[in-house]
Design a protein around this ligand. Sequence first.
Ligand SMILES: NC(=O)c1ccc[n+]([C@@H]2O[C@H](COP(=O)([O-])OP(=O)(O)OC[C@H]3O[C@@H](n4cnc5c(N)ncnc54)[C@H](O)[C@@H]3O)[C@@H](O)[C@H]2O)c1
Length: 287
Amino acid sequence: MQATAFASLPYAVPNQCRRFEGQVAIVTGAAQGLGRAIAHRLGQEGASVVVADIQGERAERTAKQLCDELGDRFVSFAGDLSEAGIADRMASETKERFGRIDALVNNAAALIRLKLVDMSEELLQKGVQWNVWNTLRCSKAVLPVMLEQKYGRIVNIGGEAWRTGFPFHTILAGVGKGSMVGLTATLAGEVLRDGITVNCVSPGGIETAADGDPDPLPPSGFRDPSWNPPEVMQAMAEAAKARGQAGGIGRLAHPSEIAAAVAFFASRESSFVTGQHIGVSGGMAML
Ligand SMILES: NC(=O)c1ccc[n+]([C@@H]2O[C@H](COP(=O)([O-])OP(=O)(O)OC[C@H]3O[C@@H](n4cnc5c(N)ncnc54)[C@H](O)[C@@H]3O)[C@@H](O)[C@H]2O)c1
C-alpha cells in the first residue's frame, strides 16, 4: 500500500530512543507533513504532544491517529497561531492540562512560492503573517512557563532556500526562514542563563506525504494551489537542475530524517547547544 509508494522510504530513520518520558511538547503545524512526523517522533519517545494547527479537523484526526498508534498522549489544538491571543491560549491550555511545557517546535508555515513582483498586497501581508508571526507569538507564549520551570527547548523549523538564494522564495524563505535564523540566535541570547535553548533546523526538500499518515486527506490542506502555480514549480525544478542542487545528495528527505534532528534539539541531550542553525538538507548548502 502506501508503504512502498515513497522513494524516500528506504531512508526512514528508525527511533531507538525514549528521551521524552514525562515531558510535554507542542508542535505547531502538526496536522500533516513534517509537523506530523515530528509529533510522531516525540510521542514515540514518550512525550505528551499538542498537535497544533490552523486546520482544526485535520489536527484532531492526526492526534487521534497518533493516539491509536502510540497511546493516549496526543491532543489537538485548533487555531491560527499568527493571530493575537491564540498562542497564549494554546500555552495556557497545555500548562493546565499537562502541568508543564518542555519543548516547542515552531514548524507551522505557509508554503507560498511566487516572485515578489507577482504577489498581491493581501498575499504579501498573509505571507509575513503566516511565516513570521506564528513563531514570534508561540515562542512568547511558552516562555513564561519555561522561565518558571528553568527548562525549555525551542526548535524553529527553517528551510535552506533562505541561504541558497533560490528563486520564488523571497517571502517563504528570505523573510520567513531568514528571520527564523536571526530570531533563533537573538532569542537564544535572551534566555542563555535560564535553562532554555533555542535552535533552528533547516530542511531542503522533503517527501512530506511520506509522513506516516495511513489515510491522507487531499494534499491541498493549507496549501492554496494559487500559492504554488504549476509554472512556478516547473521553473523551480529547472532552476534546481541548472544549479545542480536538486537536493545536494540527490534525493528528497524522508520526514523522519528531519524529525530525528529536531528530536535531538528538543531533548535534554542538546543541553550545551544553543543559538545554532543546522541544515538537514542532504548537503544542499554547506556550513
Ligand atoms: N516541504 C518541504 O520540502 C520543506 C522544505 C524546507 C522547509 N520546510 C518547512 O517545514 C515545515 C513544514 O513543512 P510541510 O511541507 O510539512 O508544510 P505543510 O504545508 O504540509 O504543513 C504546514 C502546516 O502548518 C499549518 N499552519 C500554517 N499556518 C498556520 C498558522 N498560522 N497557525 C497554525 N497552523 C498553521 C498548516 O495547516 C499545515 O498543517 C515548514 O516550516 C516549511 O517551511 C519544508
